[in-house]
Design a binder for this molecule. Structure first.
Ligand SMILES: N[C@@H](CCC(=O)N[C@@H](CS)C(=O)NCC(=O)O)C(=O)O
Length: 239
């Protein structure tokens, strides 16, 4: 199984997370979205995904695209450790969160959209940054409210057996996710909101949990991210 990936791509993160939760072995084929105008536009990759977007997953001679479609495929192909809860209302809730991120928030901040704003519509960088910040803050705020009011949440956005944390605490976890990286590391176009924090496009706000606690700064990246990053950066990307 081959996953076409860029280490900072949030859409590819979704698929990597699903593959790792399932414990399915896969090979990363790194593509650099910025280098040389973007390796997603190479003739070779267009043969794989005519949309010139990542992720794409190759399995048994089939190429799958669209992160959520790939994740559903993985869940159906490897039903052990299911990614969706059992009851229909909880499943609809999980899908609503996934769609809010993948269809409402992410497309507005994707690399090609930001490029169009800057190169074609001549938006100055600070306005482009304001655009990114606006849609991410609005979108994540709505997700937080959905999670907090859902009745489905526990330690994470979805309650699991034995998980007794209150939903307000878990909404705070989401906020922490949104504040992962420090600002001030230079400005460049990225599609991943964590990268946008890193580039200063999105300024972290002081975060306060439901009980008025200040939220502890989260780790910058998980072991999986680092592993994926190591593979993507270290394995020699195509020219
Ligand atoms: N809806 C697609 C979005 C895929 C997507 O936009 N991927 C970004 C990386 S996060 C990309 O390839 N961008 C390249 C570009 O904008 O040129 C999915 O969920 O897979």
């Amino acid at each position: 199984m081959k996953l076409y990936s860029y280490f900072r791509s949030s859409a590819t993160f979704r698929v990597r997370i699903a593959l790792n939760l399932k414990g399915v072995p896969y090979e990363v084929v790194p593509l650099h979205l910025l280098k040389g105008g973007g390796e997603q536009f190479s003739e070779a990759y267009i043969q794989t995904n005519p949309a010139s977007l990542i992720p794409a997953l190759e399995d048994d001679g089939q190429v799958l695209t669209q992160s959520l479609a790939i994740i559903e495929y993985l869940d159906e192909r490897y039903p052990e450790a299911p990614l969706l809860p059992a009851d229909p209302a909880s499943r609809a809730y999980v899908r609503a969160i996934a769609l809010a991120i993948a269809c409402d928030i992410h497309p507005l901040n994707n690399l090609r959209v930001l490029r169009y704003l800057v190169r074609d519509l001549k938006l100055p960088d600070e306005k482009k940054d304001a655009w990114v910040r606006h849609w991410i803050e609005l979108g994540l705020g709505q997700v937080e409210r959905l999670v907090a009011s859902s009745g489905h949440s526990g330690r994470y956005a979805v309650r699991r057996p034995g998980d007794d944390r209150r939903s307000g605490d878990r909404a705070a976890d989401l906020q922490r996710q949104a504040l992962r990286l420090r600002p001030g590391q230079g400005s460049h176009l990225e599609c991943d909101h964590r990268s946008l924090h890193a580039s200063g496009c999105v300024r972290p706000r002081p975060a306060v949990g439901s009980a008025g606690r200040r939220i502890v700064k989260p780790r910058r990246s998980t072991a999986d991210e680092n592993a994926a990053r190591g593979r993507a950066v270290g394995a020699g990307r195509p020219a």
